[in-house]
Ligand binder design. Structure first.
Ligand code: PMP
Length: 315
């Protein structure tokens, strides 16, 4: 289970309020029908610089606005305004530790009726101290889920739509209750999409593969970042293409990536080891570089980070 703290505040109905005041009624449309979209961001505490760095907030909020549009939620903020709002919230919390941020745009009218139009929208956001989302980042044991990934023509996976996460919850609970740490999820055509809430990479003979964004996956910001880092900094060939189920059995390395899981090695699939059964070299190099980047230790990629505290507060 994730190591997590509690927020003191939330941005709710246009202002920052104590978290205890950020409440919705039982008739709220989104609560009944899953008509909401959300995001998930991380902030990394850099003790040397006395600074909290949020990883690619602009990209996360751009995706949130895009997801909102898919289900006709009109967010009254631009991505930049959302970045500013988040900084204000984080400063008010005064975090000096790693955090997770949850923005949520939702259909707020209290009424009966399944539809997207003529329903009011609201936006809320909160942040909390957060450690690992999966315990065994260095070596996950996964199984193939019996559930299929929601198809683009059912609920678009490229939008982070709350209702679609019933699919993720079915996948995750069945995996955990069957003794696995996570699950690999197949599309209706049998190719691999992603895990319950993270994108997938596979390594075969030194080449890195990941399913394309047209493969019923979330267009992950960590995925996109790792593709850049592996190509530009590690000199690796990264290919976006469908991955067959049985390729997993013959792969040399696999890993998951996402804001929650960060970069997590998969070392065993059901009754078979992946590669040696230990984290592989490419996964390890990618993972180390990722953590250096998110903590602000790589100058070239500081542009991916937004510092929360003003210069004066930085020692
Ligand atoms: N796929 C799904 C289904 C997810 O929920 C997430 C987590 N947001 C990801 C992939 C990874 O996306 P990101 O790197 O943007 O967090």
């Amino acid at each position: 289970m994730a190591e997590q703290g509690k927020p003191k505040f939330a941005f709710f109905e246009g202002k920052i309020v104590p978290i205890s005041e950020a409440r919705v009624g039982v008739m709220t449309h989104a609560l009944n029908y899953g008509t909401a979209v959300f995001g998930g961001l991380r902030g990394y505490w850099n003790a040397d610089e006395n600074q909290l760095f949020v990883f690619r907030p602009h990209d996360h909020f751009e995706r949130l606005v895009q997801s909102a549009g898919l289900i006709r939620i009109n967010l009254p903020y631009t991505p930049q305004q959302l970045v500013d709002l988040l900084n204000e919230l984080l400063r008010q919390e005064g975090f000096h530790e790693n955090v997770y941020v949850r923005p949520l745009a939702y259909k707020s009218t209290e009424m009966i009726g399944v539809r997207l139009h003529d329903v009011d929208d609201e936006f809320t956001m909160f942040a909390l101290p957060f450690g690992r989302y999966v315990e065994k980042e260095e070596g996950l044991h996964v199984g193939f889920s019996a559930w299929r990934r929601v198809e683009d023509n059912a609920i678009p996976a490229r939008g982070k739509i709350s209702g679609a996460y019933a699919n993720s919850a079915l996948i995750k609970s069945d995996a955990l209750l069957s003794g696995y740490d996570e699950a690999l999820v197949l599309n209706e055509d049998g190719t691999i999409s992603e895990s319950s809430a993270a994108n997938i990479f596979m390594v075969r003979k030194g080449v890195v593969y990941t399913p394309p964004v047209s493969g019923n996956v979330l267009e992950g910001i960590t995925r996109r970042s790792l593709i850049t880092l592996m190509r530009e900094e590690l000199g690796l060939e990264v290919v976006e293409r469908d991955i067959d189920r049985t390729e997993v059995y013959v792969s040399d390395e696999m890993f998951l990536c996402g804001t929650g899981v960060q970069v997590a090695a998969i070392t065993r699939v059901e009754h078979r080891n992946i590669g040696t059964g230990k984290m592989g070299a490419i996964t390890e190099r990618t993972r180390n570089l990722f953590f250096d980047v998110v903590k602000g230790r790589v100058e070239k990629y500081r542009e991916w980070l937004t510092p929360v505290y003003s210069e004066e507060r930085v020692r």
